[in-house]
Design a protein. Structure first.
Lengths: 340, 340
């Protein structure tokens, strides 16, 4: 019997389909592997092909925009939003607009063209996570911006147009609708219960209080990885600090090395279980100008791209997921290669 | 300069990107064409391979589930939801669930395996639109259902797993989140203005009151096709009755032949301008149990699948659209083949 399940934050119902239920080996996927050996514009020695770097982790004595780096953050050469100018919001009858002001940056995660995030060392992943944080803290100073979206597209099926490992961030003068909806749903819960909804979820998942086996993937060093109760996508996985924290920038209480270790481990298990799938990652954190929030809990959402989104999903916001999260978590807890 | 634009119904901001702006010929697409000549389970003579038909348009004297039909509606052989059973809603800690009860039907639009909706005759398209309506009216009688989503996936890139022309419907015991959000946004507008927001949009678009050329594609026989002000996708097009109507089932005042003519014409122009792209179509109509609503206006949303949705969109609900709707409308008004 299929099940309808409700996401407790935004109230989205999803269909956990049983007629169409699938095991990891049922997804026919082209494994994500580099198609070229480089060099591309993100490779070492090619620094002149990107805009000037904003931030870098470099060997002592090396010069900006030359070789000798582990990480570089550069403006996107084809930015979705422009950094210079004023918002100039205006109306046009029933419509509202403003100038497309924002920051669009690329975090080049390694000089190695052929690496991928799960193949980096723990300290390399930690350096990427630290670069996200530093850029968020810096962009917070620009009073035009309300939010910084950090995300990563891994593999062509996930929308990556360049294969060299990189993540991106876009700072916007508006809090995105999806984040607004999370904030609203979480505030509703907090007003009634005086508790953070994600803290409630973590507590329930840690107690394994579910009917068909748990949804916990791993819990380690103050971090929790779990498959959410009502996931839109098969093998969707969230990563959260076990203790309540609303802002990713607020390092206090989360060990960056531990976060890197857990993220890398989850990605390695996905690679193993699903055969190097494409995936998207996005960071959900409190808006830049929000004070510390008791009702919002920062988290990373990782979704392998195994199924196609079609007319039903686009038209309704309903999603059909052929893999119950209890099944996905079972595979991801073991992390064993899928049977072929 | 890129622009941020707000959808006046749900409040979603989109980025109309200029750095990345693209003409129709910039999208490299595999044109959607049938890969086989059939016969498949939806072809004439193969009726035994589908579940028994629920509705059909047939030649006089032919028997159900045999040849001699123009349209057949059958239950989906692999339904996302099951028709038998009770909802039995229950809680599990912070979570909510119910049994996956619903109807999932397939509308086989023609016996011709190799046809496509824009290639059908006007009367054939009208028969499809009439079948949607009849099924909605019938499913409305089942008090377990709150909503019927009608949608169509055309081409593999749009999620179609079978190439024989067909549309689908899913009846759900819940009003989908995307429809709820449209209803809420529209009610907010109505409470302040005492006007339907879509009626306001139609009025403004008909007057061509936009700064960079209009967004109207065509207006004919009581129907309007337009590119919305803040589209998520390039060449996204909406089709609405010019006069206010909240429910698609309510035929009164809309000529089905005219609707078929306008829909077919829009699809033919998309084929011509974009080189036979994949597309999704979805019908947005008032919930089944709603009375006639002054604030909701039924409409069809059609989106060619030209770009990939990636981490930024999934994480934020923000969309980056490289084609201003004024540009898209200009091409769709002309409907000429794209330059090669």
């Amino acid at each position: 019997m299929p099940e309808l399940r409700r996401d407790p934050v935004v109230g989205r119902w999803v269909i956990i389909s049983t007629e169409r239920s699938r095991r990891p080996s049922d997804f026919s996927l082209a494994p994500v592997r580099p198609q070229s050996a480089g060099p591309c514009a993100f490779c070492s020695g090619q620094e002149g092909r990107t805009p000037d770097e904003i931030l870098a982790v470099r060997d002592a004595g090396t010069l900006p925009n030359g070789p000798g780096w582990q990480i570089r953050v550069v403006p996107n050469k084809f930015p979705a939003l422009r950094i210079e100018g004023d918002l100039e919001p205006s109306g046009d009858g029933v419509y509202d607009r403003m100038n497309g002001i924002g920051a669009h940056e690329v975090i080049i995660e390694t000089p190695d063209h052929c690496a991928s995030m799960p193949e980096l060392s723990e300290s390399e992943v930690a350096a990427v996570l630290e670069a996200w944080r530093q850029r968020m803290i810096d962009l917070q100073k620009d009073t035009r911006f309300e939010y910084v979206s950090v995300f990563k597209n891994h593999g062509e099926a996930a929308g990556a147009s360049l294969e060299h490992p990189h993540s991106q961030l876009i700072a916007t003068p508006i809090v995105p609708l999806a984040v607004e909806q999370e904030l609203e749903g979480a505030l509703r819960h907090f007003r009634i219960k005086k508790r953070c909804i994600w803290c409630d979820m973590i507590r329930q998942e840690m107690q394994g209080k579910s009917r068909r086996g748990g949804r916990l993937v791993l819990a380690d060093e103050g971090l929790v990885a779990l498959c959410p109760y009502a996931p839109r996508f098969p093998f969707e996985t969230w990563l959260l600090p076990a203790a309540h924290r609303s802002s990713y920038e607020d390092i206090d209480g989360v060990d960056p090395a531990a976060l890197a270790r857990v993220l890398r481990e989850v990605l390695r298990r996905m690679d193993s279980v699903l055969g190097r799938p494409a995936w998207n990652l996005s960071l959900h954190s409190a808006p830049l100008k929000a004070p510390t929030l008791d009702h919002f809990h920062w988290h990373l959402e990782i979704s392998p791209r195994l199924t196609r989104v079609a007319g039903f999903e686009w038209g309704t916001g309903f999603f059909i997921n052929p893999v119950p999260p209890e099944e996905a978590a079972k595979y991801l807890r073991q992390g064993l290669p899928r049977p072929t």
